[in-house]
Design a protein around this ligand. Structure first.
Ligand code: G3P
Ligand code: MG
Length: 244
C-alpha cells in the first residue's frame, strides 16, 4: 500500500467514552463530530457471529453476565449495551460486525477493525473476520484496516485474505517488533502513543510501514506525534479534536 487511503484521525471504539463504546450510537456520535474513520473491537459469539465488544466478558459494558463467547448472537443481541454508560443510552444494543460494516459502507466511512479474540480463538477469529470483511467490502474502493495485538490473528487473516491490509498493534516495543510486522506483511504499526520517538518512527518508515498511535487524548501528545510525522491518531476525544 504505497498511497495511504485512510484519514489521519480515527475515533476509538466509535466515540471513545462519550457514547457506549462499540455500539452504533457511538459511531453516530463520532460521525456527528466529523469523524470519518472508526476503530472497533470484534470477536465471535457462541454460534460464530462476529460482533463488537472489547472485553471477553459482558459485565462492564452490558447488563449480561459471564463470557461473551458462551452466548449465541440471538442472546447477545437482546442485551442492554447502553445503560452502563448513561440513562439516555438505555436500550442501545450490541452491534453485529455486519451491521457496522454496512453502516460504514453506506456512509463512505473508513474502518479499522481490531481483531479482539476471546482467548484461545485467535486463529478462527482472524480467519472468519478476514473472510467476512472481504465479502462485505468486495465493491468498496478502500478496504478496512485489520489490526491486532495477536500475531496469530494477523497470521490467520493473512492466510485467509492476504490482500486485506494489516497492522500490528504494540503496547511495548519488543526486540522483534519490526521483524514481526514485516513477516506479517503489515502496512502499518499501531503503537501505544508513548512508544513513538524519532528512532522508532524512522525504523518503521524506512521499512515502508505507516505509523499510527492509540489512544491519544491530550493536545501535547498530539503535537508531539505530529512533529514526529506519524500517520494516524486513534482518540477517545472526538469532542476535543476536530478531524482534518
Ligand atoms: O486499536 C487500538 C486500541 O483500541 C487498542 O487497545 O484495548 O482499546 O482495544 P484497546
Ligand atoms: Mg481496540
Amino acid at each position: 500500500m504505497t498511497d495511504w487511503p485512510y484519514p489521519r484521525w480515527v475515533a476509538h471504539r466509535g466515540a471513545g467514552k462519550l457514547a457506549p463504546e462499540n455500539t452504533l450510537a457511538a459511531f453516530e456520535f463520532g460521525a456527528r463530530h466529523g469523524y470519518r474513520m472508526f476503530e472497533c473491537d470484534v470477536k465471535l459469539s457462541a454460534d460464530d457471529v462476529l460482533f463488537l465488544l472489547h472485553d471477553a466478558t459482558l459485565e462492564r459494558t452490558t447488563n449480561g453476565r459471564g463470557e461473551a463467547r458462551a452466548q449465541s448472537w440471538q442472546a447477545l443481541s437482546q442485551l442492554d449495551a447502553g445503560s452502563w454508560h448513561s440513562v439516555g443510552c438505555k436500550g442501545q444494543r450490541l452491534a453485529s460486525f455486519e451491521a457496522i460494516a454496512r453502516y460504514c459502507l453506506d456512509k463512505g466511512y473508513f474502518l479499522n477493525i481490531e481483531i479482539k479474540p476471546t482467548p484461545g480463538l485467535e486463529t478462527v477469529t482472524g480467519i472468519k473476520l478476514a473472510n467476512a470483511a472481504d465479502l462485505l467490502w468486495k465493491d468498496a474502493a478502500v478496504p478496512p484496516l485489520l489490526s491486532s495485538f495477536q500475531v496469530a490473528c494477523l497470521q490467520a487473516a493473512k492466510s485467509a485474505q492476504p490482500q486485506l491490509p494489516r497492522a500490528l498493534l504494540l503496547d511495548k516495543l519488543t526486540p522483534d517488533w519490526l521483524a514481526t510486522a514485516l513477516a506479517l506483511e503489515c502496512v502499518a504499526v499501531v503503537c501505544k502513543y508513548t512508544l513513538w520517538d524519532e528512532q522508532t518512527v524512522a525504523q518503521a518508515r524506512n521499512a515502508g510501514l505507516r505509523t499510527l498511535s492509540y489512544t491519544v487524548n491530550d493536545e501535547s501528545a498530539v503535537q508531539r506525534l505530529t512533529a514526529l510525522g506519524t500517520d494516524g491518531i486513534i482518540t477517545d476525544r472526538v469532542d476535543l479534536f476536530k478531524p482534518d
